[in-house]
Design a protein around this ligand. Structure first.
Ligand SMILES: [Ca+2]
Length: 422
């Protein structure tokens, strides 16, 4: 177990500055929708076709959905591959950038100065600084948890790490790695890690399986392709399903995951919902059960990239089938349960981002908690949605996945007199 209380000494400005993209060109500051413009040049590896970049409209856009008329406002532009958001009790918002920096949005504006004190992040391809979570007692202890790709001892080697630090003003202090997932992975582009605190104070950490060694997701002797269940110091929860079992990592809660990009706690049942990208087809939302095996790479509802179907979940006992699956894949990403009052008809619904089809998807659940239907929202904006969260104001906030990414706010436009600050 590579758990170590490593303290980083990185000071302000020491964070992978060379990997920050160039400032946007003037023409991008007042873009028109549907005008395809090259994104700013960047040394950061570009995993998607730059021609996919569609600038956001200058003015807020109003869209009809089946239940609410909504307005989409660009709060902040020019974020570098934003990955996750966290809302602080003082009204500020943190945004992680996959390229390695932690940014602050205050009063609707991006602070040009990033938070200091983060560890060095192995930011390449789909790896980098990832998820954020506030400790349940953040108001007292100021502890911020985050996941990132940690640079390994050799070139192109990295591992997903969980770390925490104490946020004081514009600096993270006493930053420590709490858990570095075993083991170092060489030359894999996809290594995602999402985290979420449950109401009982335990931290769930979803860890990707490396794309060049998928079978590791079925090996209980490592953390990859697993969801871990941890105490707030990063150690295994003592009542985890495999504690004391030979050959099993004690942190493991569930096995057989591919590339998890969303993790959310059901607001009423407390169940942990996890989502992951499938190959061609087979994106999933799973409801996590202790000790369950979610199949990857043995079973899937998708096809591999040669077109061959995997063995079907439903025909293989011992594997937990997905709660919901997508075929074809939407490249599912961030996920949240809507619990606010600003969109009354959306209460309790699941929202997920889509990267490849570039939309926000709403999945209402019936009284039995089963998926009722699906609605694609914001398709006209043509933005890869990396994350979706609910703000303390009851509005939905989105991050677009781009080297010139944006923070968007979704507001109701169907109530007379609605304002963003209400
Ligand atoms: Ca599965």
């Amino acid at each position: 177990m590579a758990i170590a209380a490593v303290t980083f000494s990185a000071g302000p400005g020491s964070l992978a500055q060379q990997e920050r993209p160039s400032p946007p060109r003037p023409s991008l500051q007042t873009p028109e929708i549907a005008t395809r413009t090259e994104p700013p040049a960047t040394p950061f590896f570009y995993p998607t076709n730059p021609s996919m970049y569609v600038p956001l409209p200058k003015e807020p856009s109003v869209f009809d959905t089946s239940q609410h008329r909504i307005r989409v406002v660009t709060v902040v532009n020019g974020l570098s591959r934003p990955f996750a958001m966290a809302f602080l009790p003082d009204g500020r918002m943190l945004v992680s950038e996959r390229t390695g920096q932690l940014r602050v949005v205050r009063n609707g504006a991006l602070d040009p100065q990033p938070i200091a004190g983060l560890p060095k992040v192995a930011a390449r391809s789909y790896q980098g600084l990832m998820d954020l979570a506030l400790h349940p007692k953040f108001a007292e202890n100021r502890l911020l948890y985050f996941t990132y790709s940690k640079q390994g001892p050799q070139n192109n080697a990295s591992a997903i790490a969980l770390a925490r630090g104490r946020l004081e003003g514009m600096e993270l202090k006493d930053v420590q790695d709490l858990l570095v997932t075993e083991r170092w992975i060489v030359n894999t582009p996809t290594l995602a890690g999402r985290i979420a605190f449950a109401p009982d104070g335990l931290l769930y950490m979803a860890v990707a399986s490396p794309g060049n060694e998928w079978e590791r997701a079925q090996d209980p002797g490592n953390h990859q392709g697993k969801v871990l269940r941890l105490r707030d110091d990063g150690t295994a929860a003592p009542d985890n399903p495999f504690v004391g079992k030979a050959g099993y990592k004690p942190e493991i809660f569930t096995l057989g995951h591919r590339n998890p990009l969303g993790l959310a706690v059901h607001p009423e049942t407390g169940a942990i919902f996890q989502n992951e990208n499938g190959p061609q087809g087979g994106d999933e939302i799973n409801i996590l059960k202790p000790g369950a095996n979610y199949g990857w790479p043995t079973v899937s509802q998708g096809r591999d990239y040669s077109g061959r179907y995997y063995a079907d979940h439903r025909e293989r006992p011992g594997f937990e089938p997905p709660f919901i699956q997508w075929n074809p894949s939407i490249a599912i990403s961030g996920m949240v349960f809507y619990t606010g009052n600003r969109f009354p008809k959306w209460k309790g619904h699941v929202f997920v981002g889509s990267l490849s089809y570039a939309h926000l998807e709403r999945v209402p659940l019936n009284e039995q908690g089963e998926p009722r239907s699906r609605e694609w929202i914001l398709t006209d904006l043509k933005q890869r949605i990396r994350d979706v969260r609910q703000g303390p104001d009851g509005l939905l906030y989105l991050l677009t996945d781009h080297v010139y990414g944006a923070l968007l706010r979704v507001e109701p436009a169907d109530e007379p007199g609605t304002t963003a600050s209400r």
